[in-house]
Write a protein of this length. Structure first.
Length: 129
């Protein structure tokens, strides 16, 4: 490779680095702007956000992970509010289906068993009660 190509790639890397530096603050501002639409936005790290406790978003590569559905994917920056709305709808649908299935089977997924005063063994082998 000649000096011309080496210089080209050095310049290319420099340009990409500058684009990356300016891109992150713009995307972060867009994510934080979701709060104006009534969403709860938690910044976990500089490059990781959680929206409404259900959707993880990484602005570095415009990626997301829906915690409830397990769905992962990408999004376009200008479609972020639309993508969030769609993922919230899908998470809601999954939660409703899970609740419906648990109530049809006669159980309750939120079943909390009462302690009837029985003595229980601790993991250490001694009894309490």
């Amino acid at each position: 490779m000649g000096d011309g190509m080496t210089d080209f790639w050095k310049e290319y890397r420099k340009d990409q680095s500058l684009r990356r530096v300016t891109r992150i603050p713009i995307r972060t501002k867009t994510i934080m702007g979701l709060q104006n639409n009534g969403h709860h936005v938690e910044q976990k790290t500089e490059y990781h956000f959680r929206i409404d406790y259900l959707l993880d978003v990484w602005p570095t590569h415009n990626r997301f992970h829906n915690i409830k559905t397990g769905k992962r994917g990408g999004y376009k920056s200008n479609h972020l509010p639309k993508m969030v709305k769609q993922q919230m709808r899908e998470a809601h649908d999954v939660m409703v289906r899970r609740y419906d299935n648990s109530t049809r089977s006669g159980g309750n997924s939120l079943d909390i068993r009462e302690d009837k005063g029985r003595r229980r063994s601790s993991p250490m082998g001694d009894t309490k009660g």
